[in-house]
Design a protein around this ligand. Structure first.
Ligand SMILES: [Zn+2]
Ligand SMILES: [Zn+2]
Length: 328
């Protein structure tokens, strides 16, 4: 994100000793003379507007860098000062540099803290939630143990059924769209319009600069730098065109209640072909007067399901078949 500097504004600070509001660049309180404390927070004079500084000397001061505090008398000095303006001490070593680059809050409508605090739940509701979670854990545990606990029984095949489908694809002209540089070579005619494709840090052809709201950054000098973050939205040609591709024309289906399943077929033209296939086999067993149903895509297993043949079944507590194998 590119940052644009719009200008500099004077900030203010409040004296710790007497409460007087002083201009940011003034280093000692105008009322009581107290030095500006190291941890003072600069604020904006007017939270709504930006009254840009025209004095070039002040702007240069803000650009030198954050002020530093004299280690002997605490007075604030400009970043490039060698001896303290107040006590004359050498401050090239040991001085503390002011905090800088803090973003001074924008004058957004302030959120009242009371509405931000999460509402406390009544104890009754909390107890109910705890009980509900516990109950869910218990029932979930029972459910999964029932799902996995199996019982072995012998069943006989009472009914069988198969179902197979085959997709038929056709090579046809379809309308599609893509970025101009993604269009396959050979496509002659297409219609395009400019669309936002990506954001760039630098200006490129067909781009539009978009900037966020201005905000003020503390330079550590009592002067705020007003800036905004910008990007270039790059527009490129997005085009619609005709292309040839395999598309779904039909889905053929066949089914039966015998052991010899086959794939459905059709007379295909030269511009058609078969696509994805799907198979589903159902075996119904009778055991102890109840009936159990199993569905599989395993044709080899299905072909062993002779009506009346005996199978060993693993049944869970819900009556579902977990596994089945024909008895020799
Ligand atoms: Zn004061
Ligand atoms: Zn000093």
């Amino acid at each position: 994100m590119a940052t644009k500097v719009l200008g500099f504004i004077e900030l203010i600070w409040t004296c710790d000793s007497c409460g007087t509001k002083n201009p940011g660049p003034i280093k000692s309180c105008t009322a009581c003379g107290a030095p500006q404390p190291l941890n003072v927070q600069f604020e904006k004079v007017d939270t709504r507007s930006f009254d840009f500084i025209k004095d070039q000397a002040l702007i240069r001061m803000a650009q030198i860098g954050a002020d530093k505090h004299c280690p002997y008398c605490g007075t604030r000095n400009l970043a490039d000062t060698a001896t303290c303006v107040k006590c004359g001490s050498d401050i090239t070593v040991g001085s503390q540099t002011r905090e800088a680059s803090r973003i001074i809050e924008n004058p957004q409508p302030k959120i009242i803290p009371a509405t931000r605090q999460p509402a406390k739940l009544p104890t009754g509701v909390l107890v109910f939630i705890v009980i509900a979670v516990l109950a869910l854990c218990v029932f979930g545990g029972i459910y999964f143990s029932k799902l996995n606990r199996t019982e072995q029984i012998t069943g006989t095949v009472s009914a069988i059924n198969w179902h197979r489908t085959v997709e038929v694809l056709a090579y046809r002209q379809v309308e599609t769209s893509d970025w101009e540089d993604q269009i396959p070579s050979g496509v002659q005619h297409y219609d395009c319009d400019l669309r936002h494709r990506y954001d760039s840090q630098v200006e490129v052809p067909n781009s539009r600069e978009v900037c966020g709201e201005p905000y003020t950054v503390d330079t550590g000098t009592g002067i705020g730098r007003v800036q905004q973050d910008c990007v270039y939205q790059v527009y490129e040609n997005y085009c619609s065109y005709q292309t040839m591709t395999w598309t779904l024309l039909d889905t053929l289906a066949a089914d039966g209640s015998d052991l010899q399943a086959y794939w459905p077929q059709a007379q295909l033209s030269s511009s058609e072909k078969y696509g994805a296939t799907h198979e589903r086999y159902t075996i119904v067993f009778t055991a102890n007067g109840s009936s159990y149903q199993m569905t599989t895509s395993d044709y080899d297993l299905y072909q062993r399901a002779y009506p009346g043949s005996a199978w060993l079944l693993d049944i869970n507590s819900f009556g579902d078949i977990r596994s089945a194998s024909p008895q020799p």
